[in-house]
Ligand binder design. Structure first.
Ligand code: DUT
Ligand code: MG
Length: 242
């Protein structure tokens, strides 16, 4: 069952029970499908916490998070997670061929589909240069990959998974700015009919996002396009200076 990708955080308050501190407070955000949404904010602001609630790794203390108008709590975890792909900073590579790593969640994918996803993730060129190409076995006695290569394999895996919602939490931190910018271009063409969240500390990459949301002190400090936020001269403009 495919979802549209309309996401709403309504009056969400959230914290971790281990210390009782509030991480997000009166957090309100509504996202229409088809948008690339960048989440920006200082370290510890609550960016990863916010997206963790979308997959229900955690639930809000108060308020609700909904998908296409349905409270996430009323969806099965299985249906929720089959519609959302999450890519984290530390990508996991399995001791199997690069093709199988990319097709991990889609074992029936054709080689053409795998290559298309690898191209979108800027992984095709380095894979093609390996003597065994896509049949190269990763790690455990095989080829060990750099941090940036692993990140691109896991991005290719995410593109191939083809879900309505894609969440990228600093998935390109090990990549140079140019490669990251090219991946962002792939994301733009991939975003049609999907909702994409991207968390990145490199603001040059996410300046073309449809919506930029800055989080500070557990709340949304501002939202808008790059141009609007730079002119506002508040949190985003301050972060953008560095
Ligand atoms: N926190 C916990 N327990 C956890 C995870 C986080 O107490 O298991 C705290 C740390 C921080 C706040 O929650 O004070 C928000 O953390 P989060 O990881 O959401 O911040 P971030 O915006 O993703 O920071 P970074 O840019 O460093 O990834
Ligand atoms: Mg984080």
């Amino acid at each position: 069952t495919d979802v549209q990708g309309h996401i709403k955080f309504k009056d969400v308050s959230f914290g971790y029970n281990n210390n009782g501190l509030v991480v997000l407070e009166n957090f309100n955000l509504e996202i229409d499908p088809g948008q690339i949404v960048a989440i920006v904010g200082p370290t510890g602001a609550g960016k990863t916490s916010m997206i963790s609630m979308l997959l229900r790794f955690y639930d809000p203390w108060q308020g609700e998070v909904s998908l296409d108008g349905v409270n996430l709590k009323d969806l099965t975890l299985e249906s929720l997670r089959s519609n959302i792909t999450l890519v984290l900073q530390d990508s996991f590579i399995f001791p199997m061929s690069l093709a199988d790593n990319i097709a991990f969640a889609n074992p029936n994918a054709s080689r053409e589909e795998i290559i298309k996803a690898a191209k979108a993730a800027q992984a095709h060129d380095f894979i093609s240069r390996l003597p065994e190409g896509y049949d190269t076995i990763a790690s455990e006695g095989g080829v060990s990959l750099s941090g940036g290569e692993k990140q691109r394999i896991s991005l290719a895996r995410a593109f191939l998974r083809n879900t309505s919602i894609l969440i990228l939490d600093e998935p390109t931190s090990a990549l140079d700015a140019q490669t990251e910018a090219r991946i962002f271009q792939s994301l733009s063409s991939y975003s049609k009919g999907r909702t994409i969240f991207i968390i990145s500390h490199r603001l040059s990459t996410i300046r073309h996002a449809d919506l930029i949301v800055t989080i500070k002190d557990g709340m949304i400090a501002e939202k808008g396009t790059h141009e609007v936020l730079v002119n506002e001269g508040k949190v985003y403009a301050e972060l953008y200076k560095y």
